[in-house]
Design a protein around this ligand. Structure first.
Ligand code: SF4
Ligand code: SF4
Length: 338
């Protein structure tokens, strides 16, 4: 199974969990009862019981039912983010799944991944726009309804929706959330992931603080392969390099860590380069690969450091050498022709 097939499975499973968790009472907050439902059990602090008991009993209950689970959750999540960055975004997040889904649809219908990019080729007529807009609005409605299920009993909600007897509050929520999500899915889905998501930003900041965390590294020693690599290598149109074109977050995939601050560890750039190497270089390994520990430090050394200065010089020299070799061979072949 390929890396991207594995990711499709994890993303799809989490997406289904996101939509169905309230339906199966796995997790929801019931506004009508005023408490959480977790794995079918009402989760409540029973404040009146606690106040009626002695203070030691109250402290034990608050510690075991609130503080302990909270700190365990924060500690495990913190360690994972510290080591692996925004792995939740790339491998589980339902919003990122929608981002990728509509990236593909837009590329197919409008020849560009977002409305803010220049199209590779003009799209014909209004039909492609409708084919993008309708699923976006439908998905926005599914999201709005799914989220409402976290607050009101989903089965009752579903019954009310089918019989067109939703209450005023639920109807307003559904319409407003559908409009907001439609706008997000069509126009600003990447922008939201990059700048609007507090959870994403929080993960990026923790990841950046650990210079040994998992990160995508570019193999600079083989950089000259990139010179004549383009989308046409994979039989596709477009002026970007395949690795950059594949990035759902529209990042400069071969650049240093700070330029990829919002990287979601999706590995799309790695897979795209693997494909290029398969087609072009007789199955050589991808020029982009994950590293951690000491090797990860090299991906984001300060711009002015001696190592990065030397590295940039080596790269330029290697490019110059390959250019002069190319020119020399061209001159020889011109002489041969003459
Ligand atoms: S896909 Fe690979 S070979 Fe092509 S530009 Fe990107 S890193 Fe270089
Ligand atoms: S840089 Fe690579 S791993 Fe990071 S988001 Fe872009 S494609 Fe995914």
């Amino acid at each position: 199974m390929t890396l991207q097939q594995t990711r499709t499975i994890t993303r799809t499973a989490f997406f289904l969990l996101f939509l169905l968790a309230p339906v199966f009472n796995i997790f929801r907050f019931d506004l009508t009862l005023g408490n959480f439902i977790i794995f079918g059990q009402a989760w409540t602090l029973n404040i009146s019981d606690i106040l009626a008991g002695d203070s030691l009993d109250a402290a034990v209950r608050i510690f075991t039912r609130v503080l302990l689970p909270f700190f365990v959750f924060v500690a495990i999540t913190g360690i994972l983010i510290w080591k692996y960055g925004r792995i939740y975004c790339g491998w589980l997040c339902p919003h990122f799944s929608v981002v990728e889904m509509f990236n593909e649809l837009m590329l197919k219908q409008l020849n560009r991944v977002t409305v803010w990019e220049k199209a590779n080729a003009p799209s014909k007529g209004v039909m492609p726009k409708i084919i993008v807009a309708l699923p976006s609005i439908l998905m926005a409605f599914v999201w709005a309804f799914g989220l409402l299920g976290y607050l009101l009993p989903p089965k009752v909600l579903f019954y009310d929706l089918i019989h067109l007897q939703l209450g005023f509050g639920a109807s307003v929520f559904l319409v407003a959330a559908t409009v907001v999500f439609s706008f997000d899915f069509i126009f600003t889905r990447h922008v939201f992931c990059k700048y609007g998501c507090a959870l994403g930003l929080f993960q990026s900041l923790i990841w950046m603080a650990n210079n040994k965390a998992l990160v995508i590294k570019f193999d600079r020693q083989r950089a000259k392969i990139c010179r004549d690599c383009s989308m046409s290598t994979l039989g596709k149109s477009g002026s970007q390099k395949p690795c950059d074109a594949a990035c759902p977050m529209r990042l400069p995939t071969r650049n240093m860590k700070r330029a990829k601050f919002t990287c979601t560890q999706c590995g799309e750039c790695v897979s795209a380069c693997s494909q290029v190497q398969k087609v072009k270089m007789n199955k050589q390994p991808s020029l982009l690969h994950w590293v951690s520990g000491e090797q990860a430090i090299e991906v984001d050394r300060p711009a002015g450091s001696l190592e990065s200065f030397n590295e940039r010089n080596n790269e330029k020299n290697s490019e110059r050498n390959s250019e002069s070799k190319l020119n020399a061979s061209q001159k020889i072949s011109i002489k041969e022709i003459k």
